[in-house]
Design a protein around this ligand. Sequence first.
Ligand SMILES: C[S@@+](CC[C@H](N)C(=O)[O-])C[C@H]1O[C@@H](n2cnc3c(N)ncnc32)[C@H](O)[C@@H]1O
Length: 364
Amino acid sequence: MSRDNLNINKIYEGDSISILKTFPDKSIDLIFADPPYNLQLKNELYRPNNTKVDGVYDSWDKFASFKDYDDFCISWLKECRRILKDSGTIWVIGSYHNIFRIGNIMLDLGFWILNDVIWHKTNPMPNFLGTRFTNATETLLWCSKGESYKKYKFNHKLMKRYNGGKQMTSVWNIGLCIGNERIKGADGKKAHSTQKPEELLKRVILSSTEINDIVLDPFFGTGTTGAVAKKLGRSFVGIERDANYIQIAQKRIDGILNLLPETEWIEESKEKQIKIPFANLVKENIIKSGEVLYTRKRYDKKAEVLENGFLKCENNIGSIHRIGALIQQTRSCNGWKFWYILKDRKPYLIDDIREHYIRSRYGL
Ligand SMILES: C[S@@+](CC[C@H](N)C(=O)[O-])C[C@H]1O[C@@H](n2cnc3c(N)ncnc32)[C@H](O)[C@@H]1O
């Protein structure tokens, strides 16, 4: 098999293992892999109120046995190690279903774990049946090619700056991919069940590559890795076997016209770290006590803002999140993305009002 087939800024269609085998040795600077989780979901999950939980039921996530899954991972990880430059590193993300198997395989193949970064999801999906704790984390194993490969890239100073002057820890608090960032199909449903947040990829790529480096993602999905790589002035190579996802990813990447200058992405991260409680907006008179908030669904429910930052809706009083959850009869709700204010009959999401406030207050 010829090993000179490596086109940059291209999405290869097909099976990762076969395509990885065609790439030259030591040609890639960074690999980010978000492989199938092997969740082993036997049935669809339903909430107590009989609505279907939006989970990962896709055929790409199904393997006949643990052994099949392990064999699959051994094959693609072996190729990844071969094509990584000696200064390169690999990030593999997974949940408790697969990450321990993958960690074991990686160590057996010679990789050296540099960090196990915990992605702490700030808005996790509740455990609807109430049978376990809410699962709010995924793990990213960051590895060099081996113990003796010491000259891997790590932009320590940059990440410290990105983290507001403090050394970044291996716990990353980042929300699930929702709102405008989430790609939807024509039917308004999620285009992909496991689209990752760009913020996650930003940290991965910024910490372990330089401008113009080549970032490979062998399970490309909606192309989050390619999109962020492009924004940050890196090149990408993607592999994905589903033609529909490739189309979505290509359109997403083609739509990025401006690269994100360094100053801008540092500012963007600062902004994400500033958290303003709703009560502060009321205290500062940005949203006034006595004002009415409306829900997004045809604006048919309202709540009154109280002086202490709570909402009053009929006989219920609570936070923007609690009252939002009560209205929807769900266990949790991100009130910032749920409530609107009407100004001149136009709806404004309170999250946008908060963002606007942060920008003007902190000079961002
Ligand atoms: C967990 S998802 C990746 C999601 C992606 N990180 C994103 O942000 O959209 C895994 C992807 O790998 C693809 N996939 C699964 N097995 C594959 C294989 N053997 N070869 C190529 N792609 C595969 C699936 O179609 C799916 O889109």
